[in-house]
Design a protein around this ligand. Structure first.
Ligand code: COI
Length: 341
């Protein structure tokens, strides 16, 4: 065997320096949809550019949804995915809302598995991060009038990642812009939900905040979510989080953290959380696939800065440790959430 035949276990990368930005890996997975609106067999292809019709539904009308999930390497070298069928289900919900056909759960999970296996050199060593997989579904066929595209493409690409934010979060309550409205697309992972938060987030960052906290559009009295994550509030033994009533993204990390918190003996309430509750919460933390569980250091509302407990002795830390322990195979997965490749 020549040395060029040896497949290195790890790609040549500075694993200690991972942040959350694209590191192009070797392969992506592409699957096209037939005229009958069925997805056929997908293929692995070198990661690279896509040929796009300038008149495609995604480019002109933003007809697309995406997902995000992670693959972790365990101490003994196995690779684990976390609840990929939940991402498949959420993509189906989003596809339905944007009038798109979607892959079956099996097709979605299979695509993710192929993407990870083909890029396994890019799954970071234990403790250094994860491989973030980004499945995308879009209207790729041409349209001119505002109608659903005639053809669809599903793809999955990946990138090794570390932390989304460095350190604790300092949020500001957004009082001019809103993320979602009843009957809109806030409850699905529509691509357009994310570009509309760029402006408020940029303005907040220019003032030294890490991110914004959105309120409900009807009354501006209730908390919804942060630009890319769900939010939780702790008071005593009770953990509260806004209910997923259509304007809140049903996060898979959110759902998992709720279950873990209940196992750990906390009472979890999914309900409308009033903005006044910012003042008497002891801890606040955000959850998301990219963020995992990220503690909030402060929230500024109408010019008043409220501070919360952070650090190793917090509930947020306990939840983080149990979640990541399961995701990385350090803690026994009694829920059957992980999928080994
Ligand atoms: C994720 O957490 O996977 C998200 O979709 C947020 C993304 C904007 C990084």
């Amino acid at each position: 065997m020549k040395s060029s035949d040896v497949v290195e276990e790890y790609a040549n990368l500075k694993w200690d320096e991972l942040g959350f930005c694209l590191i192009p890996v070797d392969y992506m997975y592409v699957m096209k949809c037939s005229k009958e609106k069925n997805f056929s067999h997908g293929i692995l292809t070198r990661f690279g550019r896509l040929e796009m019709n300038p008149s495609s539904g995604i480019l002109n009308y933003g007809q697309g949804v995406f997902e995000g999930l992670k693959a972790y390497r365990t101490e003994d070298g196995r690779i684990l995915l976390f609840r990929p069928e939940q991402n498949a289900l959420r993509m189906q919900m989003g596809a339905d809302r944007l009038r798109m056909p979607s892959p079956t759960i099996e097709q979605f999970v299979d695509a993710v598995k192929h993407t990870v296996v083909a890029n396994k050199q890019w799954v970071p060593p234990p403790g250094k991060g994860s491989l973030y997989i980004r499945p995308l579904l879009m209207g790729s066929g041409p349209v001119l009038g505002a109608t659903p595209a005639p053809d669809y493409t599903f793809l999955a690409f990946a990138s090794p990642v570390g932390n989304y934010h460095k350190g604790y979060l300092n949020l500001v309550v957004e009082e001019k812009f809103y993320r979602a409205f009843p009957g809109g697309t806030g409850g699905v992972k529509a691509i357009v939900n994310y570009s509309t938060v760029f402006k408020p987030v940029a303005e907040a960052k220019a003032k030294g905040f890490s991110d914004v906290l959105f309120l409900d559009v009807k009354t501006a009295k209730y908390i919804e979510e942060v630009s890319t994550s769900n939010i939780f509030f702790l008071k005593g033994n009770v953990i509260s989080t806004p209910a997923t009533d259509g304007t809140i993204l049903p996060g898979i990390t959110r759902k998992s953290v709720i279950e873990i918190a209940q196992i750990l003996g906390y009472q979890v309430e999914e309900r409308a959380v009033a903005v006044e509750e910012l003042f008497d919460s002891e801890e606040v933390f955000c959850t998301g696939t990219a963020m995992v569980v990220n503690p909030v250091n402060s929230i500024t509302y109408q010019g008043k800065r409220i501070e919360y407990k952070t650090g190793p002795e917090t509930v947020a830390q306990k939840l983080y440790e149990m979640l990541v322990g399961i995701q990385t195979g350090r803690i026994e997965d009694k829920m059957g959430w992980t999928v080994e490749l």
